[in-house]
Design a protein around this ligand. Structure first.
Ligand code: PLP
Length: 394
């Protein structure tokens, strides 16, 4: 099919809830995408942070092939080995918690909210979340997402959510009282523009939660599974949360979400309280096991740290030449470039020149290279961005 024919299919048969770029992607390999017109695109935002090992990593492809021939889906009426093994791998790399599996980030957050309510008891029902945060599109996750633009047309939301400014300890203290079930924040706000939580902030949340018998939930859907150079974003801080949620890069491209809770908290989720038909299916779990083993075997956490530093340094280097760049921030391979004006034009021009990046909150370019990217590939991306900024005379 030609690009035009595929786009026509979408116009007739697919609901138009995404602002899509006019390319049809047919294949991905490592850091590269290939479109139906034969163009190669260097992908520095693979799958919205899903393809953390790049596209079609051979270890993930092999694990999926092997598992697909054995058992693709099995419901949770029975036990399956991949789900148990994956839970152990995650538990050992975090705080020794127990896992519940689902299929997306929003679902992982729903599970966390429901578990928190069950654990703390019926008289504590309020959740505190941070402005600029993003937790997903289902009603609970949407209600946790403190951004008015996502609420438009959907009011009233689920009751019980209180929003406070991010990184503001005083506002968090003020919002707290005995009816709080949990606080849920991202250690680094992703969609919100790569805003890194301060150590003081997360520590204050931990202390407030302890003082008021509330739970600390960290949404690690974007920061998890090595993206920041550690397995989880919270590991850059001197705190341990009660619950973390993850999804995006966990399955190497396969849909999977997970919530991990402290073992004593996890006991509240008894049969009948929560479930997911596809959750923890062998295919998705086999892919996730391959992701974790690959990150470990290939030393990709350290690589993410050094490549992240290199990328930030190269981006900062562009600043003197292009004053449109105000600052560069982030941790590991989660990098934001703050512009002094909207960045959509820059993203579009980069794509024409064979580079995919993203822009969020209008003025923040997001660079989230896969963990398998090389310095040379980052150099190429910087060169294209540099040219695009020059051409647009920014
Ligand atoms: C993407 C994202 C979500 C939502 O994940 P979905 O899989 O789209 O439901 C939730 N939280 C954070 C931090 C995210 O980045």
């Amino acid at each position: 099919m030609t690009t035009k024919e595929t786009i026509e299919l979408f116009e007739r048969f697919v609901i138009g809830n995404y602002a899509r770029l006019p390319r049809v992607i047919v294949r991905g390999e490592g850091c590269y995408l290939y479109d139906a017109d034969g163009n190669q695109i260097l992908d520095m935002f693979p799958g919205w942070a899903v393809s953390g090992l790049g596209h079609c990593h051979p270890a993930v492809v092999e694990a999926i092939r092997r598992q697909a021939g054995l058992l693709i889906h099995m419901d949770n009426t029975f036990y399956t080995e991949p789900q148990g093994v994956l839970a152990r791998l995650l538990s050992e790399r975090a705080f020794g918690g127990k896992c519940f599996f689902c299929n997306s980030g929003a679902e992982a957050n729903e599970a966390a909210l429901k578990l928190a309510r069950l654990y703390v008891g019926a008289n504590k029902y309020r959740f505190i979340t941070a402005e600029g945060g993003f937790h997903g599109r289902t009603y609970g996750a949407l209600s946790a997402t403190a951004q008015a633009k996502y609420h438009k047309g959907f009011l009233p939301l689920v009751p019980g959510f209180t929003y406070v400014p991010f990184n503001d300890v005083e506002a968090m203290e003020k919002a707290f009282c005995e009816d709080v079930a949990a606080v849920m924040v991202e250690p680094i706000q992703g969609e919100g523009g790569i805003n890194v939580a301060t150590a003081e902030y997360l520590k204050a949340i931990r202390q407030l939660c302890d003082k008021h018998q509330a739970l600390m939930i960290l949404d690690e859907v974007q920061t998890g599974i090595g993206r920041t150079g550690k397995w989880f974003g919270y590991q850059h801080y001197d705190i341990v949360p009660d619950i973390i949620t993850m999804a995006k890069s966990l399955g190497g491209g396969v849909a999977i979400g997970a919530m991990m809770a402290r073992p004593d908290v996890a006991t509240a989720l008894v049969p009948g309280t929560h479930a997911s038909t596809f959750g923890g299916n062998p295919l998705a779990c086999a892919a996730a096991i391959a992701v974790i083993e690959t990150i470990e075997r290939d030393g990709l956490l350290d690589h993410a740290t050094s490549l992240g530093q290199y990328t930030q340094q190269r981006l900062t280097g562009l600043q003197s030449k292009h004053p449109v760049i105000r600052s560069v921030r982030g941790i590991g391979l989660m990098i934001g470039v703050q512009l002094d004006q909207p960045g959509d034009r820059i993203v579009a021009r980069c794509l024409e020149k064979g580079l995919r990046i993203n822009c969020t909150h209008q003025t923040v370019l997001r660079f989230m290279p896969p963990m398998i990217a090389t310095n040379e590939q980052v150099d190429k991306a910087i060169e294209i961005l540099d040219d695009a900024l020059t051409e647009l005379s920014l």
